[in-house]
Design a protein around this ligand. Structure first.
Ligand SMILES: [Ca+2]
Ligand SMILES: [Ca+2]
Ligand SMILES: [Ca+2]
Length: 411
């Protein structure tokens, strides 16, 4: 396929590419050490003493791809969109899908495709801006998170050109405009929690920037997630690399690393093993516009949407509210919540399903509380992530439900 291919040919063609990508990913996770970053790592056994190694890069970089939509919204892994959206203003447009969708991805900049949905059996449906649906082949989902990619004129669902850099199943490389790239590597099964569907978690955080690769090898914890989040928590103009670290004794804590692999700040751990935090976004949600790190603590059991602020070397919980759910136990889909101006009032809200997945809540952090601005009932239980696409300056949101509907909030 080439860039001149007709738009209506793109998705089926790229889905074939996608299958190849997935196959490649499967190979990469089967123990082929050839895909492991060729850096020396060291390990220490001292508690809390993370081991960091730095190596120079040879200068090879993967071929560029143009991404036109991704379930996690942004290349840097921060689920924060400018907006405004208007999920509360008017009822959604309801599209009938051939089957309930597990994944929905908003597509920007492609004439005949606004949304791509993937059902549990891998069946892919493309949805045009006018709501007309058409089959677009199928994919082998495995543990991978769909991402729509425009690559030499073809569109693929799932994958990342740099996915093979990690041997952790489903891992995604995040990157920012400053050329920082980061991913979770060195799979380990030493923490048997499996919230993401398998018993492998990350044993290392890999950060590339400025021609060097820093590998932080963890000994006391694992990273629970599929991607780091890049965001500037302390306002110094340089992004930090944020991950969720867990162990069997204390459960999960949020950790912000500097680009050199040192720890800028860490939250307290939950205090009990098998208790997870799902990191969602970094956004200026503080009362005076301070940056806060937003997560959902224990999303499977009474999930608490929390706002954490930086206080010296600590990430301190400013406020939280429950019960919400940003993740379904065992699913690789980590994109059920995002931060956007969801009601068009020029302030940010967290958009997150309620604990029972029967509604979508719009939560605004106000002084001393988190206010429920809206709770949008769904015709059936949510089965997908909450997707977004930008048209002009507006953000449209979409989500799929168990009755086979795709709901699109156009505002
Ligand atoms: Ca910073
Ligand atoms: Ca708002
Ligand atoms: Ca509001």
């Amino acid at each position: 396929m080439n860039a001149a291919a007709g738009a209506d040919q793109r998705i089926p063609a790229l889905l074939l590419c996608l299958a190849a990508l997935v196959a490649g990913c499967t190979d990469a996770t089967s123990g082929d050490d050839a895909t492991t970053p060729s850096t020396a790592t060291t390990t220490t056994t001292a508690p809390d003493a993370d081991s960091t190694s730095t190596t120079a890069l040879a200068g090879d970089s993967p071929a560029p791809v143009v991404v036109v939509g991704r379930s996690n919204h942004r290349a840097d892994g921060n689920r924060l969109l400018e907006g405004p959206a208007a999920i509360t203003r008017s009822p959604p447009t309801v599209i009938d899908l051939p089957a309930p969708a597990r994944w929905v991805v908003g597509v920007d900049g492609v004439d005949d495709t606004a949304w791509v949905t993937v059902a549990s059996d891998g069946t892919v449906t493309a949805v045009a801006p006018d709501g007309v649906t058409r089959p677009s082949g199928s994919v082998d989902l495995g543990l991978d998170a769909p991402v729509v990619v425009l690559d030499q004129g073809d569109i693929a669902v799932v994958g990342s050109s740099s996915r093979s850099e990690s041997t952790l199943p489903g891992a995604i490389t995040v990157e920012n405009e400053a050329g920082v790239r980061a991913w979770i590597g060195e799979p380990t099964n030493r923490y048997a929690h499996a919230v993401l569907g398998d018993d492998l978690e990350g044993g290392a955080l890999v950060i590339e920037h400025g021609g060097a690769r820093v590998t932080v090898t963890l000994t006391e914890t694992v990273i629970e997630g599929t991607a780091p989040l890049l965001a500037d928590l302390d306002g110094d103009g340089t992004d930090e690399v944020i991950v969720t670290e867990s162990n069997a004794d204390e459960g999960a804590s949020l950790v912000a690393y500097r680009l050199d692999g040192s720890v800028l700040a860490r939250s307290t751990a939950i205090g009990t093993g098998n208790r997870w935090r799902h990191q969602i976004a970094v956004a200026p949600t503080g009362i005076d516009g301070e940056m806060e790190l937003i997560d959902v603590q224990t999303p499977h059991i009474g999930g608490i949407v929390q706002f954490h602020r930086l206080d010296e070397e600590r990430l301190v919980t400013a406020i939280g509210v429950s019960p919400y759910r940003s993740h379904v136990l065992g699913s690789p889909n980590l994109d059920l919540a995002l931060v956007v101006d969801a009601d068009g009032d020029n302030t940010l809200e967290v958009v997150v399903p309620t604990q029972g997945l029967g509604s979508i809540a719009v939560l605004e952090r106000i002084d001393g509380a988190v206010r429920l601005d809206a709770e949008i009932g769904l015709p059936a239980g949510l089965t997908s992530n909450i997707a977004a696409r930008t048209t002009g300056s507006l953000v449209e949101l979409a989500a799929a439900t168990a009755d086979g509907s795709l709901l699109i909030w156009r505002g």
